[in-house]
Ligand binder design. Sequence first.
Ligand code: SAH
Length: 352
Amino acid sequence: MSATPSADAEPSGGAAHAASEDGASAEGTWIELSVSADLEAVEAVTEILARHARGGVSIEPAFELVADGLAALTDTSAPAIVRAYLPGIDRGDVRRALTETRTALGHLQAFGLRPIGDLQTRVVNESDWAHAWKRHFPVLRVGRRLVIRPTWRRYRAKPAEVVLALDPGMAFATGLHPTTRLCLAAIERWADAGLVRSESSVLDVGCGSGVLSIAAGLLGAGHVRAVDPDPVAIEAPSANAGRNRLATVHPRRGSLPSGDGPFDLVVANLIASLLVSMADDLRAEVKPGGRLVASGIFVDREGEVRDAFHSAGLHVTGNWEDGDWVALEARPTIGAMPGDDPKRAGNSAYGD
Ligand code: SAH
């Protein structure tokens, strides 16, 4: 069964109600605009809503809960809900934004692209809004024994399971995203191969909420360095490490070079263009004999990342796919220097 987060899902406290044409005028309130749109129309609708949305735009894909509610699969055949938030302070601004948004959506419909839903509005109190997103995060099993538990949910661990308590906060990284799942699976496989030990050092490049660092720490890594240039993504991993009683995770604001490499294991869940531009720096962070997993690669861009890795002296030893996303595992080419062009490495399938 497919469950689309409902457009009028109430945040806890139930303080939401439809916005009047005037909009609200109280400080601390936001006007939520939402439109349901199928996959082809999501981008255009998002662009229209973003024009006025100082509070940001979110896209909630329809999802289907599987594995007794322990995992969620995106259902691309069902419409997504695009939501945007405008500050509710100034009635004039809100009215103007609503009129312009309605007109632009009307034009979009007139193109006959794909049917999109009507513009829905409601007033959301800031304090409720801060918690509204929580309902969308189920307890999630990744790989064979990692379980991600949002801090506000309960879970009784089965023998051998490693339960990671996570509050994603404002930073991206819910454990639900395929690129994150691919990295978690890689870390679990490294752990199964005996590579995650108290003597092991791990670098998490672009740590976000710290989910990958914490998984490495819980699986036994003795030293985990987490870097991210986003200040929000530095508070979250510290808090999340504390929630998991881990003293081995050390977040730092910034990027590469990390300053304390090279590491035994490196995870980098970024995007293809960053992986390409950072290939030499990534290579420099991996010890000879160490491993790197690079994720966040859209299938179309796998070749580009492979090429950059090869020129940087990284030998790709495996690729794993989840939907449209690919993660590459690589090792330093012994003796190669950045700029050398080692032979193209073979592909090994996921789950070997
Ligand atoms: N590691 C988390 C988050 C991945 S999202 C997970 O797997 O779920 C990608 C992260 O990379 C974001 O938090 C973003 O702030 C960070 N990032 C963006 N540019 C970066 C750069 N140049 N160096 C390091 N991290 C970067």
